[in-house]
Write a protein that binds this ligand. Structure first.
Ligand SMILES: [Ca+2]
Length: 479
């Protein structure tokens, strides 16, 4: 216990930021709207592999996102918001636990790396494959479980991605309702992965909607959930699979209805589906289709009269892949350069966050858990070290971000941001960059600033030591 406290104190000192259980000035005060009101509803929407520049409000002249643009107009748009990993699974784990993947044990994808696409699995083969038997440590406390103490109803409609065995499924992790798939990707229409059907309602597989485009299903279920729970606080988590490429036997790339592509993006011939342009068009159409579904959700909040007391958060789980536009950031999904981990993010909270604002403060997906606890009027779970803080005051423009550092590791690829310096050492390239004038990470300063490089590497090493000691994790495979 003494060691744990020491580690935590060390960490706070090292990281130069407060964990949620430490009272940072202005951070842990409960949000004002709570006085005399019920806690706000929460609609948390996560897109999958959307590029930093793949929204109108982030500067895209190509991708149509009128509803997300409207959402940004009514709240704050974040330009320096990071996720904990450059691909799906650990990024979502970091969000839902408020902890680094290296602390919560979900530090890589739950996927079949040895036998992957192009292999049709048998049911028996798939049942014991790594992506079927691995999952997020059941000792982890997820956002919906924390919100239970404030009486929230919680639902998830979309991509779960944190384990498929019964004990790992959403209903065992604090959610009351679930409709979606549990592996890391499916075909948008057949809902299959490697030829295995993968859509579930609650704990059970269901084929009731086979043939329907996934975005329509997640929209439908979300609208039903919000309508059912409009009279109590709800936490509605909507992790779309759009615009991620379809993940069936073959890899079809992004998927969208042909008529929809033509309606919004012009000439499209399915015979040329493999061209770069065709993939880009499907990708953009998948985003616009999702944007329309989000628009319908926002309309419903208005119709039910609950929009004023609902926090809406949107961000992409990681940077975009080959069909995306991550400009002006370097590299893509999978990389630890900014293009892999800095993502578009929007928060709307009427009466708390001013409309039409842009926040360039250093924030992360790990700062959502403490923020939501504070909004709900509860303390974060005791004895759980969180890696973020309540970012409400920062989003409201009342305070600078206390965050000075963030660290990433994906297998042997490593990166750290300390202040405005970003260090990357990876198979895709290495260097030290000053993000204050080089957001595209083009100008390697490691030779000019050896002292800075040494300091940043030292911070990374200290973080690694802390993560290695973090209890009760240790390597997940020991579980
Ligand atoms: Ca993703």
């Amino acid at each position: 216990m003494a060691d744990a406290l020491l580690s935590r104190r060390d960490f706070v000192k090292m990281a130069g930021l407060g964990t949620a259980s430490l009272a940072l000035p202005g951070c842990m005060t409960l949000s004002k709207p709570l006085a005399g009101k019920r806690p706000p509803n929460i609609l948390l929407i996560v897109s999958d592999d959307q590029g930093y520049n793949d929204l109108g409000c982030y500067g895209s002249g190509e991708v149509k996102t009128p509803n997300l643009d409207r959402l940004a107009d009514a709240g704050v748009r974040l330009t320096s918001f990071y996720v904990t990993w450059p691909a799906c699974t650990p990024s979502r784990g970091g969000l839902l636990t408020g902890r680094y993947p290296q602390r919560n044990g979900t530090y890589d994808m739950y996927r079949n790396y040895l036998v992957n696409y192009d292999h049709r699995y048998t049911q028996d083969e798939y049942a014991v494959s790594p992506e079927m038997i691995l999952g997020m440590d059941t000792r982890e406390v997820l956002i919906p479980r924390a919100l239970k103490q404030a009486g929230y109803a919680s639902g998830i409609f979309g991509k779960w991605d944190l384990g498929q065995l019964h004990r790992f499924l959403p209903l065992q992790r604090g959610f009351d309702e679930f409709y979606g798939f549990t592996n890391t990707g499916v075909d948008y229409w057949t809902h299959e992965r490697y030829g295995i059907h993968s859509m579930r309602r609650g704990d059970k597989l269901t084929t009731e909607d086979k043939g329907t485009y996934t975005t329509d299903l997640f929209r439908r279920e979300t609208l039903r959930f919000i309508t059912r729970h409009k009279d109590r606080p709800f936490f509605c988590y909507v992790p779309f699979n759009a615009p991620h490429g379809g993940s069936n036997l073959k890899r079809p790339g992004p998927q969208a209805p042909v008529e929809y592509i033509r309606k919004h993006y012009g000439e499209y011939d399915p015979k040329d589906a493999d061209t770069k342009r065709a993939k880009r068009m499907r990708y953009m159409a998948a985003i616009t289709y999702m944007d329309e579904a989000i628009g319908r959700m926002l309309e419903l909040l208005d119709e039910l009269g609950v929009a004023e007391n609902t926090i809406v958060i949107f961000f992409s789980d990681n940077g975009g892949g080959s069909a995306a536009d991550n400009g002006p950031l370097r590299a893509n999904k999978g990389d630890l350069f900014e293009g892999g981990v800095r993502v578009p993010a929007i928060v709307r909270w009427p009466g708390v966050i001013p409309a039409r604002t842009v926040c360039s403060e250093f924030l992360t997906s790990m700062d959502i858990f403490p923020m939501l606890c504070s909004a709900a009027g509860i303390r974060p779970p005791k004895d759980v070290v969180l890696d973020g803080f309540d970012m409400t005051s920062v989003l409201a423009g009342r305070q600078k971000s206390p965050r000075k550092e963030m660290f990433w590791q994906r297998r042997s690829d490593k990166a750290a941001r300390v202040g405005n310096f970003k260090w990357v050492e990876s198979s895709g390239g290495s260097g030290l960059f000053d993000l204050s004038n080089d957001i595209g990470e083009q100008n390697d300063l490691s030779k000019q600033k050896p002292d800075v490089l040494r300091r940043v590497k030292g911070r990374f090493a200290a973080w690694k030591r802390l993560m290695a000691e973090a209890e009760p994790r240790r390597p997940f495979r020991d579980f």
